[in-house]
Design a protein around this ligand. Structure first.
Ligand code: AFP
Length: 333
């Protein structure tokens, strides 16, 4: 069987009616290289002494794991000298990281969650990297600021994630379908294994952290109540439940076999519209899910249409198989 490497796939995309600019191709290759390094560290675990807490906190007040910090540094170092980016922003940094003076600056902005699901690292469960690429406005001449990143998800030119599980897989979209690449650990290259990934419209599987049930708003209470009622309830169908607590792993499962993933707004902290972050979790995952034929809303509107007001803004998330996301969104509206 002839294999298509990530490099070959990207070059072919570039040739195909110019759908992929060369500098964006180069950026994605660099991100993929960084993800291989992160995959290697994740795979070593305790052998490299990198499990456990870093002893620091991030801007959201969450304790950082050693691997959160390592993955963030790997992504910054790999991308700062490539000449494709004007600045980067990350879950682990309060402010954007501008490409230092003396290094060539490119026209893209990248946001990432370097190690999503990091509370799962120490227990050897899948974690992942999520990234989103935007264009920097041409009028920005100096160092980009937070305001330059505040673009709705519809403006993303690329998004992807790498899941570090039993296999390491990179899943990508540039707005014309979703493609999955499996890391061949023997020769170190990502190989196209999942072409044109499509989410089934209907599903019998849902994912939500049920321990928060008492804090949910009425539409979510109603919807999950109906899922739990199964065949004898209004949906007349039995549903199965999964909760990995790594969004990357949940989205990957949904891309492969369908399902609905929810992290709703809840009453634990009424000031927050949800737990997940819009710009480096909600937007890239919504872009991928929509490109695979699924749907992603905050309960009221399409996630990709939200105008962000802050870099680390939070968002409620309902994504996956269209029939179910439509239903839970209709209950909100
Ligand atoms: P961590 O990266 O802090 O482990 O958070 C992971 C996450 O943002 C997302 O990947 C999960 O879906 C969600 O949080 C899990 O949250 P709960 O711990 O509230 O279930």
């Amino acid at each position: 069987m002839s294999r298509t490497s990530l490099s070959r796939f990207l070059i072919e995309q570039q040739r195909k009616a110019g759908t992929l600019p060369p500098d964006l191709r180069h950026l994605i290759e660099t991100v993929a290289r960084a993800c291989k390094a992160i995959s290697h560290s994740v795979g070593k675990g305790e052998l490299a002494g990198i499990l456990g807490e870093a002893g620091t906190g991030n801007v959201q007040g969450e304790a950082q794991k050693k691997l959160d910090v390592i993955a963030n540094d790997v992504l910054l170092e790999a991308n700062e000298w490539g000449g494709n980016l004007a600045a980067m922003a990350s879950e682990e940094m309060e402010l954007p990281y501008s490409i230092p003076d003396g290094l060539p600056r490119g026209r893209y902005l990248m946001l990432f969650d370097p190690l999503d699901g990091s509370s799962n690292i120490d227990v050897n469960i899948s974690v992942g990297t999520i990234f989103s690429v935007l264009e920097c406005d041409e009028s920005v001449s100096g160092h980009p600021t937070e305001a330059d990143f505040l673009q709705p998800g519809t403006r993303q030119v690329a998004a992807g994630y790498t899941v570090y599980g039993p296999q390491t897989m990179l899943v990508l979209t540039f707005g014309n379908g979703v493609y999955g690449f499996t890391l061949d650990r023997e020769n170190g290259s990502f190989v196209l294994t999942h072409s044109e990934m499509k989410i089934p419209q209907a599903t019998g599987e849902f994912a939500i952290n049920m321990s928060n049930m008492r804090h949910w708003e009425a539409p979510v209470q109603r919807y999950v109540g109906e899922l739990l009622a199964g065949k004898t309830g209004p949906l007349a169908k039995d549903y199965n439940m999964r909760w990995v607590a790594s969004m990357v792993a949940e989205v990957h499962r949904i891309l492969v076999r369908g399902g609905v993933f929810m992290y709703p707004k809840d009453a634990r902290d009424p000031a927050k519209p949800g737990k997940l972050r819009l710009m480096y979790e909600g937007n890239p995952m919504a872009f991928i899910v929509e490109q695979a034929g699924g749907m992603a809303t905050n309960g009221h509107q399409r996630i990709l249409d939200i105008q962000p007001a802050a870099l680390h803004e939070r968002v409620a998330v309902f994504l996956g198989s269209k029939e179910e996301v439509e239903r839970v969104t209709a209950y909100h509206n």
